[in-house]
Write a protein that binds this ligand. Sequence first.
Ligand code: KG4
Ligand code: ZN
Length: 336
Amino acid sequence: MKEKPIILGIESSCDETAAAVICGRKLLSDEIISSASVQAQFGGVVPEIASRAHTDAVDEVVARALISAQVKKEQLDAVAVTYGAGLLGALLVGLSFAKGFAYGLNIPLIGVNHIRGHLAACYLEDETLKPPFITLLASGGHTAVIYVKTETEFEVLGSTRDDAAGEAFDKVARVLSLPYPGGPHIEKLAREGSDSVPFPKMLKGLGGYDFSYSGLKTAVINYVHTKEQKGEVYSRADVACSFQKAALDILAEKAVEGAQEKGVNTVAAGGGVIANGYLREKLTAECKTAGLKLVLPERKHCTDNAAMIAAEGLVQYRAGNFAPLSLNAQASIPLR
Ligand code: KG4
Ligand code: ZN
């Protein structure tokens, strides 16, 4: 087994068709073709449209990744591909392509759990990063504080009891008539507002590491609807700013608490919501106060991408965990 294998990563679980090449933990290329603007017209991802877009894009995105990495396909040591969680039709496009590639080149196929990919993005950011550490995961489907014991062993300290953080951003964005995906639009609008609407803090007093977003989401929806029904003037920017703060402060606080409880000196993060500038600043400030090192993947490696799939592919390669060509796509899979 090579110390620094060259791995092609392929991602097609939702609306991004992506391919990336790494050599060890060094990122050689990172390509993406997104159907998000098409999906935005429908206010969310339409599975059949996503599958067709992947079919159109996968060949080109892989070719681009190999060319910009200056790697010939014969030089690859393995192909890593997302096999779940995600939209089944979308996953099958990337998975079938990866199987053909691995079989044709006679190299191992590695099946990657998308969520583990989000966690592995931090390994590309800091080539020296080693467990144990705490990871804050915040994506469209998951929100959790995770104790990473080793590269392949995790303990979930707490997670959302209802909506995920990204889901709450998307739902609140809809109420504020902002396009899908809502997170970046709320972040932009929030910059023009102030934290002046007293939305509830989520489960703050309960202790533990669990989150709940449904109460906050309902409070925002009720506030907006009441104002509109009464014909009262209100600031959408203030709503965005106040919601963002209520939704994100607690994530940074819980991540730091987790690190202190487990006695580790590093906090890492992953998932689309970690691209949020306010959350990044809050995490930076909280970790600085607590004397903790913080590893944040660059923004484009927080939202869906193939670099993180290649990075988790490296973890699995080193663990000798290769997949048979019968590997099937799965709509949902647990973290482990
Ligand atoms: O990790 P991701 O790209 O896909 C999943 O695996 O779910 O996360 C997508 C989620 C969406 O809900 C999106 O609104 C949110 O991440 N998101 C953000 C930001 N960028 C993306 N949320 C808040 N602020 C952002 N800047
Ligand atoms: Zn994702």
